[in-house]
Design a protein around this ligand. Sequence first.
Ligand SMILES: [Mg+2]
Length: 373
Amino acid sequence: MSGTRIRQVEVMPIRAPRREAVRSGLNGSDPVTASEFGIVRILTQDGVEGLGEISITFPRIGFSLCHAAKRMLAPAVVGLDALATPVVLAEIDRVMGGELSAPYLRAAFEMALLDITGKHFGVPAWALLGGRMRERAGLAWGVYQKSPEEMAADAAAGWAAGFQAIKLKVGRGLEDDLAAVRAVARAVDVPLRLDANMAWPSTAEAARAMRALAGVGRVEWFEQPLGRRNLEGLRALRQQTGLPVMADESCQSLRDAYELARGEAADVWNVYVAEAGGLRAAAEIFSLGAAVGVPCILGSQAEMGIATAACAHLAVALPWLPYAIETFGPLRYERDIVTGPGMIAGGWLTPPAGPGLGVELDWDAVKSMMVEL
Ligand SMILES: [Mg+2]
């Protein structure tokens, strides 16, 4: 068993330039032009490599998380058995002591351990996540805030490429939002997901915006119209408008999902591997959703190739996945951190073949993005 013990943990902070600046209801005046993420590379005594990714877009604490991974978590997990994932994760939970950003680190380490476990047993990660339910998962495309013409052109390109739904960032002010949704609705014939990122200040204002926006396009759902903790407001919006509401910022942990279920606060939940604290933790939220009849999608922190591969393995293993998911992160970058043909084609996400996550680092790309902390 000693051969599977963790010999070394490397943490590589990277700054990955985005193809396009991110503007949303969270940061209209402060666009994000590069992702500050981290790569976690775990090596066992036998030399088996496991890859994980620290991915967080808001708030921009990726490098702080890299620092914690390197200084606190790496020393704590060296010597533990990489196949004993729950033991390693329990140690991470102990060291992080309930820190609110801990799930992002937990997710990165769990990915790397799953990668090692898959390689050890010679099976793809999806086999460790319950087995394969489907060959691939359908994707939605996401459009950031910009002019109505630019948003329509972006959406039309996504539709032409085969994406099955279009998500728009709204929440700028009703006239701007109406102009954007009108333009996009004219350009594509797919359902529109309107994500306000908590931008509407009151239930009344959100209800007014939702009714108006639903009048100018075919809306699949309204994502996070109100603040994270305002579950009563979300429930009231559902009742008052009869329009579907998705919880995103309100749905980070399994406990959050429990509160949403108890409060009947959303029609659909947006679940993130990074926010939940890993692939299994995310799957638990999907299970709770299934138990109470709430469908979930997999959401995205604009993950790069490692974490997107992990999401792809989970997506093909989830028993109930009725809607297109949003883990198209690699398309946000000029260059990915992994080699290979890419997992996204024609609006579909397919997990890479091979044991574990099935990805290998593109060292040239990684070196070009690495940052000294
Ligand atoms: Mg969202």
